[in-house]
Design a protein around this ligand. Structure first.
Ligand code: GDP
Length: 458
């Protein structure tokens, strides 16, 4: 398939817009200059001046389905082009029949993200809004969903547009001073730095309003660790309520690590189940698994240190625990259904400084709600909800950071009287960061990469 930006934008594209499978309805979306005429060929009774019709669709003279057709004339559609939505009965065979018919009449299958890409090209959305459309589909929590929706409505775009105006005004002034050095009017007053400082402050506020930034930081990250066979995989399964991790009686079945997401109070938590830690291990594969486990502990993760509390604490438990100093650790006393070999007090003495202790049985599910409550509390602590939130992705964050860096430099150069050309250069790069952020200036490669990560039909 050709890459998006070079794809033929005057083609009429078609794709299933709802998940494939059986259901009450399936929606097929057709967009491009031939949309109305193709719809009319399949549904001869269709009245093109009506925005909505119940119509009989025919393929090679056979009745295919009676479907609801929504007609959007250009530019009043999501893509800005002539668009038809076919609301069929939800059967994949029917969808295939319709797609085949449309393709044989001259439509072509849409590439991933191509509908949104066209909306972007036709000025219906800027890049931030287009990305937000994807975020709405992918959001894992109500909080993310709300933020993505606000962003799709252009909340951030509007703010950035007004920053751009301020920035442009300053940059124009600096450029003018370079262009007309002999004009005394331009030099009578020093460069006004307040607007620039205002833009800098606003950019940094936007960064701060984004509590959950890079994709991997979009949730609380929780690592299960401990010796082999203490029940880490069983605990992961109990939290997931499904058999994802392989539970076995033999020590050492999770040689690498697994990660899974769960929702606690509709917010995502990423759980990592790790290879058991055995400080005396010498076999290469097992050692590699342990090295990966220790590597996972980097960053601000919550650690669930699991011990088998039905057995006396082993020196290995204590040795592993001693490597976790300065970390946020919750002590999990597992296998409580088998009886306890030591009390909570002894546990706290042996494993001091944890942020909480939960005695539970991963196998029987006893006390799991206590652990869920604790995770919820941690989740709230790590990201208190705010009135207004922006969930910036890595690309957006990077552009904003570059913008604020350039502004800082421009302000410093201006304050040091370092020379107009230095200030001008930084302001140009600040503007270019801002334009890359909103897609006003975007390289073709960037667009291609972004839209191809969308679902087909979006
Ligand atoms: P891991 O190596 O730490 O991941 O341990 P697993 O989850 O594979 O469990 C090791 C063994 O302990 C398995 O036979 C589990 O069924 C058993 N096990 C895990 N949790 C419990 C528990 O709460 N109670 C009991 N009785 N057995 C458990």
């Amino acid at each position: 398939m050709s890459a998006l930006p070079t794809a033929h934008n005057d083609d009429t594209i078609v794709s299933l817009a709802t998940p494939s499978g059986r259901g009450a309805l399936s929606v097929v979306r057709l967009s491009g200059p031939l949309s109305f005429s193709l719809a009319k060929r399949l549904a001869p009774g269709l009245v093109l001046s009506r925005s909505r019709s119940l119509a009989s669709l025919f393929k090679e003279g056979r009745l295919l389905d009676r479907a609801l057709l929504l007609l959007f004339p250009s530019p009043h559609s999501f893509t800005g082009e002539e668009t038809v939505e076919f609301h069929l009965h939800g059967n994949p065979l029917l969808v295939d029949e319709l797609l085949e018919a449309l393709l044989s009449l001259g439509a072509r299958p849409a590439l991933p993200g191509e509908f949104t890409y066209r909306a972007f090209l036709n000025g219906k959305l800027d890049l931030l809004q287009a990305e937000a459309v994807d975020s709405i589909v992918r959001a894992l929590s109500l909080r993310e969903l709300r933020a993505a929706f606000q962003q799709s409505e252009g909340l951030l775009s509007k703010r950035l547009d007004s920053l751009r105006e301020d920035l442009l005004a300053c940059a124009a002034r600096v450029e003018a001073r370079m262009e007309f050095p002999e004009d005394p009017g331009l030099f009578q007053t020093p460069l006004p730095l307040d607007p620039l400082k205002g833009v800098l402050q606003a950019a940094e506020e936007i960064l701060r309003a984004s509590p959950l930034l890079a994709p991997e930081a979009e949730s609380l990250e929780v690592v299960l660790l401990g010796r082999t066979n203490v029940g880490k995989s069983s605990l992961l399964n109990a939290l997931l309520l499904k058999e994802r991790a392989l539970v076995s009686d033999l020590p050492g079945t999770t040689r690498d690590y697994l990660s899974e997401r769960i929702l606690v109070k509709s917010r995502p938590i990423t759980l990592y189940d790790t290879a058991g830690l055995d400080p005396s291990e010498s076999r290469p594969l097992e050692k590699e698994g342990m090295a990966k486990t220790l590597g996972l502990l980097e960053g601000n993760k919550l650690l669930l240190f699991v011990v088998d509390a039905s057995l006396p604490p082993s020196p290995q438990d204590r040795e592993i625990f001693s490597r976790l100093s300065d970390r946020r650790v919750v002590l999990i006393l597992n296998k409580s259904d088998l009886g306890r070999a030591f009390s909570d007090e002894e546990a706290e003495r042996l494993f001091p400084g944890t942020i909480g202790t939960v005695s539970l049985s991963a196998k029987k599910g006893t006390n799991l709600p206590l652990l869920r409550d604790l995770l919820e509390r941690e989740l709230l602590l790590c990201s208190p909800e705010r009135e207004e939130e922006l969930f910036l992705n890595r690309r957006q964050r990077f552009c904003l950071q570059s913008l604020s860096l350039s502004l800082r430099k421009a302000i410093a150069f201006a304050e040091e009287d370092a020379g107009e050309e230095f200030v001008a250069e930084e302001l140009r790069s600040a503007l270019s960061s801002l334009d890359r952020l909103t897609g006003r200036a975007g390289t073709e490669n960037l667009l291609e990469e972004l839209f191809s990560s969308f679902c087909v039909g979006k």
